[in-house]
Write a protein that binds this ligand. Sequence first.
Ligand SMILES: Nc1ncnc2c1ncn2[C@@H]1O[C@H](COP(=O)(O)OP(=O)(O)OP(=O)(O)O)[C@@H](O)[C@H]1O
Length: 232
Amino acid sequence: MTALTARQVTVRYGRNTVLDGVDFSLPAGVTTGLAGPSGCGKSTLGLVLAMLRRPAAGTLTIDDVPVPGWRHRAPRAVRTRVAIVFQQPRLAVDPRLRLRDVVLEPLRATGRGGNADGALSALADAVGLTPELLGRRPHEVSDGQLQRACLARALALRPSYLICDEMTTMLDASTQAHLVHTVEEYRRESGAGVLAISHDQVLLDRWAAGTVTWETVVATARQERALVGVGH
Ligand SMILES: Nc1ncnc2c1ncn2[C@@H]1O[C@H](COP(=O)(O)OP(=O)(O)OP(=O)(O)O)[C@@H](O)[C@H]1O
């Protein structure tokens, strides 16, 4: 199946079990919404899908191929197939870097930064960053402008799956519309699968082809536990 699929994923923070045997599949080619109340575990699932958090149990497959490790233990070619954009851009960038260098980070890390002017200007155009803004540092731009740079960075290596975790929650309506439009253009052109995590049902109704609620995710996990007789 062409999908990013987590199976039987359990994540604990200390003694707090946040995900308990969760299954989740993100199909390629469409935008899937994930809705749920604050603190339920949506971001944690996003981190697992992006291989940024190793679960206590469970597996992740990309297009049916199991990922062989998590975080730096996942080979770069596997890790870069999934990108993530977080809610707070200021926590997601090195404050010393100019926006140009934020966007180019992934290309440089994979040895493709040398002749990346074309790629940079295409990415900057797509997210609506001018050359002048690309020369500024994070403290010299707005949250919306910084989030544009974060989205450009996420798209730089042309991921097969893109996770947008409350990507536009802190932003004004016009920046929100522009970023969603950019993601959708990328999805249509690349065939990528997009996960839009949000507590904003109105946004998800407009953006996603379909939305999964957190209650469904949890109820399915509970049913599976009951079926295999490990009820809690
Ligand atoms: N690094 C961490 N250490 C300890 N507890 C954590 C950590 N990260 C998250 N949690 C806890 O795990 C639970 C799920 O958090 P998570 O951020 O995944 O939820 P969420 O649904 O994305 O919430 P929000 O919509 O508010 O971002 C919360 O109770 C949170 O307090």
